[in-house]
Design a binder for this molecule. Structure first.
Ligand code: 5AD
Ligand code: SF4
Length: 460
């Protein structure tokens, strides 16, 4: 019997990447094999994102291409839409793209086998966007992981904040946390299989609560041997309390990049966004983090939206001045995109597209100046990275991230760089670009490598 193949295309956040790993696991259990050839796929899934309008439109133009592939195969290809566009649009996707066979909501992954069987059993097109409050509970063995070094682990799903610009609470549902023992067991299992880094996932990751809180969970996972680095996305500023920051300070494996998405630097706009803090309270939080992490190298990053409905020019400039006041190592900035059904729609008073684009450019230019200075200040310092990229023959044959999540490309002339893969190494930072650093192995590291004895790991 010939093997059946699947292809999954993924857009959006790390949670979507991980959902793809779960769907790949389900399809493998059904006997399907992955393929990298689009026209070889018997099942083709688009795992979609709807955070901004552009992301959503891309899905429909991609579906147009897949329609042609399906026609070339005389209809013998099952096309599915999964992820946030599926959850948001449900069966309406068939109106725009009638050649789609199945629509799989964000909480319906476990239904995939029944839906595929239903289509093969001539039961017609399938759609499932039901809310399953237990969808975050699944066997740890299920995901077919794309990396053998960095393992993604869902700790919670959903969001109860209802920021007025955001579609996520509608596409991912209310907050649900996994029992902490399940998370610990999954991480221990990953460590036993040779994983060195874990990435804890949740739409509101630091509001995790399931008999223990996020701070407790970090401390528990820090004790699991074999794991070198613990990262997490996406946090909310309100849940970075002193207890969490102290846990980050005390746990040497936990990443020290503090992502504190401000969204705006103006208190009136923050109120309209439903962010639960003012500019002043946000700055108090930054001060608390600096106090608790005194002496620990850490980076601060943020997300910003410009051109939120009703944002006056002087209110936008409050966001620009926040960049100076805080000094972010990196920002992710977007122009506001209206999302159907969200609270901001009723605000009206849209900022014209050209003005939004102008504000975005100003903000990014300003950040580039602030960022360059902070990156320059890293030159001459030492850092420890976990090597996750190896390119034999390249001028920088190894690369990895610092504990505070800055990418470092490393020069090395000693032997085969493959042996560094998955290893923590100590480097001296010698040069910098706007987003990445360049380094060389420390003399101490080179000496230990030459003598083939394990090197002591710096905690920086
Ligand atoms: N328009 C523009 N940006 C948005 N984000 C979320 N919703 C929107 C929207 N409607 C941004 C926020 C969030 C990041 C993941 O995406 O900055 O933190
Ligand atoms: Fe996109 Fe948000 Fe859905 Fe992730 S949760 S895929 S970022 S809309």
């Amino acid at each position: 019997m010939t093997k059946k193949h699947y292809f999954i295309e993924t857009w959006g956040c790390q949670m979507n990447e991980h959902d793809t790993e779960k769907m790949a696991g389900i399809l493998s259990e059904m006997g399907y094999e992955p393929t990298s050839e689009v026209d070889q796929a018997d099942v083709y899934l688009l795992n979609t994102c709807t955070i901004r309008e552009k992301a959503e439109e891309k899905v429909f133009s991609r579906l147009g291409v897949l329609k042609k592939v399906k026609e070339q195969r005389d209809g013998d290809m099952l096309i599915g839409v999964a992820g946030c566009v599926a959850q948001q649009n449900g069966g309406h996707i068939f109106d725009r793209a009638p050649y789609v066979d199945l629509v799989l909501g964000t909480q319906a992954l476990k239904k995939l086998p029944d839906m595929i069987d239903g289509i093969h059993g001539h039961q017609g097109r399938q759609v499932d966007t039901h809310k399953d409050p237990k969808n975050h509970l699944f066997p740890a063995s299920l995901p077919k992981r794309s990396s053998s070094l960095r393992g993604r682990v869902t700790i919670m799903e959903g969001c109860d904040n209802y920021c007025t610009y955001c579609i996520v609470p509608f596409t991912r549902g209310r907050e649900r946390s996994r029992p902490w023992q399940d998370i610990r067991d999954e991480v221990a299992r990953l460590a036993d299989s040779g994983y060195k880094e874990i990435e804890l996932l949740g739409q509101n990751v630091n509001s995790y609560f399931s008999s223990v809180n996020f701070a407790y969970l970090l401390r528990a996972l820090n004790d699991i041997s074999g794991i070198e680095v613990i990262r997490y996305v996406s946090p909310h500023p309100k849940d970075f309390d002193r207890e969490v920051i102290e846990a980050i300070r005390d746990c040497p494996k936990v990443a020290t990049n503090i992502h504190l998405p401000a969204q705006s630097g103006n208190s009136r706009i923050l109120k309209r966004m439903g962010r639960e803090y003012t500019r002043e309270l946000y700055l108090d939080k930054v001060a608390m983090i600096r106090e608790v992490l005194d002496g620990v190298p850490f980076s601060l990053t943020s997300d910003f939206i410009v051109g939120f409905p009703g944002e006056k020019e002087h209110e936008f400039w409050d966001t620009v001045t926040l960049l100076d006041e805080v000094g972010y190592d990196r920002i992710f900035s977007f122009s506001y995109s209206e999302r159907p059904g969200t609270g901001a729609v009723k605000h009206g008073d849209p900022v014209p597209l050209k003005e939004k684009q102008y504000r975005l450019k100003i903000l990014q230019q300003h950040q580039a100046e602030v960022q360059k200075e902070l990156m320059d200040a890293r030159v001459g310092k030492a850092a420890n990275i976990l090597v996750d990229t190896v390119k034999p023959g390249d001028r920088y044959p190894i690369a990895g991230r610092t504990r505070d999540n800055i990418l470092v490309h490393v020069e090395s002339e000693i032997g085969n760089p493959e042996r560094f893969y998955g290893q923590p190494v100590n480097v001296d930072i010698v040069d910098t670009g706007l987003h990445t650093l360049r380094g060389k192995l420390t003399d101490h590291q080179v000496k230990h490598l030459a003598e083939q004895v394990p090197v002591e790991i710096a905690t920086a």
